[in-house]
Design a protein around this ligand. Structure first.
Ligand code: NDP
Ligand code: HSE
Length: 441
């Protein structure tokens, strides 16, 4: 039997994800070869600290801190770029493209920040960038939106796109562990970024949403233009009150095509229990996509972690090695100079049902004052709940939770500011969007 053809590949970065990629390529080379029609042979692994112990059994001499060795090896055509952050990640990706390599990356921060420069450069050089692992880890959402759902106009996307945040919320909600404990566990398990600030403040989800918005809607949006809030200020009491009322809190990234333009935001959102998004637990991600032809399609899977992410990276390496990725990349014209297909709508005008919590003095007339302000801002109350069990006897305050009918973002934020100024209201409280069961929030 003729020996199978070899394609030489390389990794830059062998941390959480890189180690998973190395393990798949080394331990399951037969699988990869079957799909690629050739062996993907790891020729170089470039890291920062070559002497660090690794969890994958790389042959002697493959691991190096000398990037030039890879750049000057013309036989290596496919490189998995698995380092985080912006620099030197950006410079290394440009060097890889310029030395004739196609690049597979999981670095969404880099794409969301420098996508136009990197994609233009790749196109100019006739090279490919594949990035399935950059959004939702092991869920093949990039391929689905850009290829499998290509006959559709995507109408909306609702996603849980940050595994670390979902892991923290689930552990706080279900196990009663503290925010700090849950975050430390997410870091130990390899879900969190080297600096987890972007995981918990909504930035990571906004970066992923920006990538999806480019693909699904032709939007040309920088992730920092996306209004966002994370889970870092959520209080455990609000999780309990929401749960009593039949909601789970989720960090949702939302994109909706409206007459006024594309609505985009990332917000901690109350999702009715029993709906698929509400049941997404731990570091799992999920995306509910509605297309005009297909209707709703729900994707669910592990959104972070070593092997799920490696699964997406290796699939991209195969696609690049066999030439499939080059066709898609050329046709998609991502982050190109083409004008946007859609403009963003004004976030202030977006609508949702809302949950408010105010810590108020337990005395007559308080509700009337609050209801008056809500009414003045055209906000209609759906229900009111007072949690006497959590009365603070030192200050005499009780948590008062108000659920509204649909109202405009600008009206609810202005009303919240005014209510916070009342003498009878003692803390900044909380304001959360509520996802409607019938779709839309
Ligand atoms: P890690 O921090 O675990 O690993 C980073 C790797 O990059 C390390 O091997 C490090 O080398 C190497 N490195 C850092 N700087 C350099 C440099 N200048 N030259 C060469 N190598 C360098 O990160 P992850 O594996 O967790 O993440 C990698 C990327 O994947 C990030 O962009 C992340 O956002 C993304 N991602 C991560 C997921 C996850 O679940 N962890 C999921 C989806 C995407 P050394 O080991 O020697 O220190
Ligand atoms: N830190 C990211 C998360 C990794 O928790 O979702 C996957 O992109």
């Amino acid at each position: 039997m003729a020996a199978m053809e070899k394609s030489l590949v390389a990794l830059v970065g062998m941390g959480t994800v890189g180690t998973g990629v190395a393990r798949l390529l080394l331990d399951h080379g037969d699988r990869t070869a079957r799909h690629a029609g050739r062996t993907l042979w790891v020729q170089h692994v470039v890291v920062k600290h070559p002497d660090k112990p690794r969890d994958a059994d790389m042959p002697q001499g493959v691991i190096t801190d000398d990037l030039q060795r890879l750049l000057q090896d013309p036989q290596v055509k496919v490189v998995a770029h698995l380092i985080g952050g912006l620099e030197p990640a950006r410079t290394i990706m440009l060097q890889l493209l310029e030395s004739g390599k196609d690049v597979v990356t999981a670095n969404k921060a880099l794409l969301a920040e420098h996508g136009p420069e990197l994609f233009d450069r790749a196109r100019d050089l006739g090279r490919t960038i594949a990035f399935e692992a950059s959004v939702a880890g092991g869920i093949p959402i990039i391929a689905n939106i850009s290829q499998c759902l290509a006959a559709n106009q995507v109408l909306s996307l609702e996603g849980i796109l940050n595994g670390t945040s979902n892991f923290i919320i689930t552990n706080m909600q279900e196990q009663g562990v503290s925010y700090d404990q849950a975050l430390r566990e997410a870091q130990r398990l390899g879900y969190a970024e080297a600096d987890p600030a972007f995981d918990v403040d909504g930035s990571d989800a906004a970066q992923k949403l920006a990538i999806l918005a480019h693909l699904a809607f032709g939007a040309r949006v920088h992730w920092q233009e996306i209004p966002r809030r994370g889970i870092d200020e959520i209080q455990v009491n609000d999780l309990r009150y929401a749960s009593d009322m039949g909601f789970s809190l989720k960090l949702l990234a939302i994109a909706r095509l409206r007459d006024a333009g594309l609505e985009l935001h990332v917000s901690p959102t109350l999702v009715p229990k029993g709906t698929p998004l509400a049941e997404v637990r731990s570091a799992f991600n999920a995306i509910n996509v509605v297309g005009d032809a297909v209707g709703p399609v729900f994707f669910h899977g592990q959104g972070a972690g070593q092997m799920p992410t490696a699964s997406a990276v290796v699939a991209d390496m195969i696609d690049v090695a066999v030439g499939r990725a080059a066709i898609t990349f050329a046709n998609l014209k991502l982050w190109s100079q083409q004008p946007p297909r859609v403009d963003l709508s004004d976030h202030a005008h977006t609508q949702s049902k809302y949950y408010f919590r105010f810590d108020v003095l337990d005395q007559p007339g308080v509700l009337a004052q609050i209801a008056g302000i809500l009414g003045k801002h055209h906000i209609s109350i759906a229900s009111v709940h007072q949690y006497d069990r959590d009365k603070d006897h030192a200050t005499g305050t009780v948590p008062l939770v108000i659920v509204t009918h649909r109202a405009q973002e600008q009206h609810t934020s202005q009303a919240q500011r005014e209510i916070q100024q009342l003498q009878v209201v003692k803390t900044t409280g909380e304001r959360l969007r509520i996802l409607s069961v019938e779709g839309g929030n």
